[in-house]
Ligand binder design. Sequence first.
Ligand code: MN3
Length: 221
Amino acid sequence: MKKIITSAVLLLFAILQTQAQHTLPKLAYSYNALEPFIDAQTMEIHYNRHHQAYVTNLNNALSEEQKSLPITELLANISKYSPAIRNNAGGHYNHTMFWTMLTPEHNTSPSKKLIKEINQTFTNTDTMKAMLNKAGLGRFGSGWVWLVVNPQKKLMIFSTPNQDNPLMDIAEVKGTPILCIDLWEHAYYLKYQNKRGDYLSAIWNVIDWNEVSRRYEEAIR
Ligand code: MN3
């Protein structure tokens, strides 16, 4: 009887442990859904290999206890963790958000509330896109460009190196990210080679403004 109970407890622990793992989120569209702006092969490699590697390496870098922490809590205290956790927690969070930024629907637009704020801050949406592209082009090496709601509830554009993001305590500019674009070569090299500017111009065709607007409304609440 004691043996059975011990086995049952061990099994329960095993189940709990496998549940406390970071996992690759499901994509809401197929690999070829964003063609011709983002090609299927790039999507498949980016999701299945790059993002999966961040998830695997994050799980490997975290202790069992740390695995049960929400990723936002890891990011908010990232200065206390190893570089491996910083890179892979950032990589996992950033890509999970990035997939939701994209949609095969080409007719989405920012909500009235968001447009009003964009116009106040950047004059209009086209100017804001140009500023995001400029910040993206200006990032040397790998990184991300962000539209964030800062603690004063105002919109700001900036870019981060590597897999850093505005939720990290080490970030130069902190805030709630509502839009992100991956600037790593793996996000565009197969189709655009070294022309990051062409990729940045094209990606606006598949940005999901419904999702960006939803994140905006949540951030100003
Ligand atoms: Mn990437």
